[in-house]
Design a protein around this ligand. Structure first.
Ligand code: GLP
Length: 262
């Protein structure tokens, strides 16, 4: 794992966008793993701008999102399908047939989860998986006690998560679904590269636990310590509870890979 601290959320999102651009330019048919949440909004608007102004071409890419609420069709404005279509897919000229999210209204949810796993495999696995982190430490919707080897499945949402996500439901926590389909921790760890983005002071404590604490199923993001190629990008605020900030900064300044991003 490596940790990169950027001055603010704009610079943190810009670095992530630069990494995505590098992957897509090197491999025009890349399979990208996308995440939702407020943190990613800036990333998607910057990606849309890259497409519009610099011709970054996503037409050969396939995309897989981490999760979708159960019981919510893609037409619902609070669904993650709607979020992705509005914020990104409609702006980057990608064929929607190559963009995948779990189907939250599938009749047989278990079969849908298996289908999703198979689809990821058929598209050659995920080259770059974007991740946010929830206040419970979840990646995707892998709530505390999610098995570290779990695969795509239905998961009940923690009360804290429903409260955190209520802003996407008109601040009405009762409207937030109680369950979701999510890629498992094991599914996420199978991605060739993982990048977690966290910004703002509210994420400081959970980032410190996930990065510097023990690997535990109570904080599924801590499982990223097991990944061979994981980068955590944080702004100063989200970095503020990390013990070893000087070390992370030193590595960033001295690793050749990061020279072109400084
Ligand atoms: C939801 C998503 C997570 C995401 C989290 C962070 O819960 N399922 O994948 O990491 O939101 O949300 P935000 O960026 O709004 O803090």
């Amino acid at each position: 794992m490596e940790v990169i601290i950027r001055p603010d959320s704009d610079a943190a999102a810009s670095l992530l966008v630069a990494l995505i651009e590098q992957v897509v330019r090197q491999k025009p048919n890349a399979t990208l793993g996308f995440a939702t949440g407020h943190t990613m909004e800036m990333v998607y608007s910057k990606l849309a701008a890259k497409h519009a102004n610099e011709g970054l071409d996503f037409s050969g890419c396939s995309t897989f999102n981490l999760d979708e609420y159960i019981g919510m069709s893609g037409k619902d404005p609070s669904s993650y399908r709607h979020y992705m279509n509005e914020r990104l897919f409609s702006k980057i000229e990608i064929d929607l047939a190559n963009t995948f999210l779990p189907n939250g209204v599938a009749e047989d949810i278990d079969a849908e989860c298996e289908r999703y796993e198979r689809l990821i495999e058929e598209r050659g696995g995920i080259d770059l998986q974007l991740l946010g982190i929830g206040s419970t430490g979840h990646i995707g919707f892998n709530e505390p006690l999610s098995a570290l080897r779990s695969r795509t499945r239905a998961k009940a949402l923690a009360p804290e998560t429903r409260e955190q996500n209520a802003s996407m439901f008109g601040n009405d926590v009762d409207r937030v679904p109680k369950r979701a389909i999510t890629m498992g921790v094991g599914t996420i760890l199978d991605s060739r590269r993982c990048i977690l983005l966290a910004t703002g002071a509210a994420k400081a404590e959970i980032i410190a636990s996930a990065v510097e604490g023990p690997v535990t199923s109570m904080i599924s993001a801590s499982a990223l310590q097991l990944h061979t190629r994981c980068t955590v990008i944080v702004d100063e605020e989200a970095a503020s509870a990390l013990q070893n900030q000087d070390y992370y900064r030193w590595i960033f300044e001295n690793e050749p890979e990061w020279q072109e991003f400084q």
